[in-house]
Design a binder for this molecule. Structure first.
Ligand SMILES: [Zn+2]
Length: 205
């Protein structure tokens, strides 16, 4: 199976067939897609003016989309490397992290679905690298009561059935699934309440 970097080379190959170059970009999303495959593709198409169904899009646009994806991947891989190193030191010192923090990292290792968007058409509009920087900053500081990406306080608990059942807090502002370690217990408890029983965000903060 081709890795991200060899797929990226195919996207940039000026002699490559356009449909293949597009296909290679989509394959890159199987290796790294912060919002999940479909939502990340939707995001890149919107930002770089690519028609999602166009089988032979402008190669300049394809390469710009790849640039954005690569920048985000570099941000994430640097974070993971730092995280692994810190965990090694903490284990050595006998420190334990809350289980939710490790669970979240295990699930998102490699950067797939770091900021999963349950609705592929609802995702932040900022560049991917910027969104990841905000998430990383939130994971490195105390838990909060708002979305670390868009600062919206409308956090709702969602459940997905199907092939990969999933449940967790989702930001109703930008659409990302917020990592649970980034939210206070109180915010998580509030998100789990049915809408009509939820106190106003300011009261819960
Ligand atoms: Zn948000």
């Amino acid at each position: 199976m081709a890795g991200f970097r060899s797929l990226a080379r195919q996207v940039r190959d000026p002699r490559g067939d356009l449909a293949l170059r597009r296909y290679s970009l989509r394959k890159c999303l199987e290796r790294f897609a912060p919002y999940g495959h479909r939502a990340t593709w939707d995001h890149l198409c919107a930002r770089h003016g690519i028609d999602p169904e166009d089988r032979a899009p402008d190669p300049v646009r394809l390469m710009r989309a790849l640039d954005e994806l690569e920048e985000a991947r570099a941000v994430w891989l640097a974070y993971e490397a730092g995280f692994a190193e810190r965990r090694r030191r903490e284990k050595h010192a006998g420190l334990r992290r809350p289980g939710a923090f490790d669970d979240w990292h295990r699930r998102t290792w490699g950067g797939h679905g770091v900021a999963r968007c349950t609705d592929p058409e609802v995702h932040p509009t900022e560049p991917l690298a910027e969104v990841l920087r905000r998430l990383i900053a939130a994971l490195g500081s105390s838990p909060g009561s708002a979305c670390p990406v868009c600062a919206d306080t409308g956090i709702e608990w969602r459940q997905e059935r199907g092939e990969e059942p999933w449940a967790g807090p989702v930001c109703t502002g930008c659409g990302i699934a917020v990592p649970q370690p980034a939210l206070t217990d109180r915010t998580l408890a509030r998100a789990r309440l049915p809408r009509h029983r939820r106190p106003a965000a300011a009261a819960a903060a």
